[in-house]
Design a protein around this ligand. Structure first.
Ligand code: 6PG
Length: 260
């Protein structure tokens, strides 16, 4: 049974032939949105996720034609989540983005906002990052930032950002940024909270690999169960949610989505 939300909730799914196809579409979307903002003379604020999938995307953005065609000076880079490790640690989401993108396109470090991970507790780091977001977005108390674009991944357990199944932060309603210890990955994580994720003007999921197929079917076509499948939180997004998935991840989906 296909849940109705797949057709009328504004969720857009594109099935690509390969992980490279996914990354190319993600890079093209980034370029289009970043150039629109530059043309309108407004800042472009993007949130980056970690994991392995973004590496292909960063490599494309750091090479031609994207490198020369994107107005990098108009972009501010934030992070969707972070592992609570030093910024030179191999697990650091910041390190991945800096090594594969920022250092290669010459992004001004003043335009990059890493989540702090040293010299304080995870909770203090989350509070500091929330203060940074409030300042950079000019937020009043109670406001929620509207990122122009969030790149999201999905774990094979259905997590997104660092909102893992059966964790309390799935239901966080007050804070914009929070920290928790995640047993499953045995690490402290800092993460944007659900209200921030669902308030983005555009969110792009990049999901590849057969290992993600069973959960992707549940997330896109299964009954609502955000505790089990936190990526389903994005069903409540106010902006556009685009899923860029490769054939391997999509092979259990029942609905017909464009194979582009
Ligand atoms: C992280 C990410 C996380 C990631 C998923 C998918 O810090 O790990 O932000 O949410 O997007 O785990 O990771 P892969 O792209 O490696 O499958």
């Amino acid at each position: 049974m296909i849940s109705p939300h797949t057709s009328d909730s504004g969720v857009i799914v594109h099935v690509k032939q390969s992980p490279t196809g996914v990354a190319l579409d993600a890079a093209a979307a980034f370029q289009r949105l970043a150039q629109q903002a530059a043309a309108m003379g407004v800042p472009f604020r993007v949130g980056l996720s970690g994991g392995s999938t973004p590496k292909l995307l960063y490599g494309l953005l750091a090479s031609e034609p994207f490198k020369s065609e994107i107005a990098w000076d108009n972009i501010s880079f934030f992070f969707v989540d972070e592992r609570f490790v030093a910024h030179d640690h191999p697990d650091s989401n910041y390190k991945l983005a800096n090594d594969e993108l920022f250092s290669k396109v010459g992004v001004n470090s003043a335009s990059v906002f890493p989540m702090p991970t040293e010299g304080m507790t995870p909770g203090e780091a989350a509070a500091q990052y929330e203060a940074t977001i409030r300042t950079e977005f000019g937020l009043e108390d109670g406001d929620v930032p509207e990122f122009d674009l969030l790149f999201l991944g999905m774990g094979d357990d259905g997590h997104t950002a660092s909102l893992f199944p059966h964790t309390a932060l799935i239901h966080e309603q007050e804070r914009l940024v929070a920290a928790h210890y995640v047993e499953k990955v045995a690490s402290h994580r800092i993460t944007l909270t659900p209200n921030v994720l669902t308030s983005a003007r555009e969110a792009i999921f990049t999901v590849t690999g057969q290992g993600k197929a069973p959960v992707l079917k549940q997330v896109l076509e299964g009954e609502e169960n955000v505790n089990e499948y936190p990526s389903q939180l994005m069903r409540g997004a106010t902006g556009r949610v685009v899923w860029l998935v490769d054939k391997a991840a999509a092979f259990q989906l029942e609905a017909e989505y464009p194979h582009t």
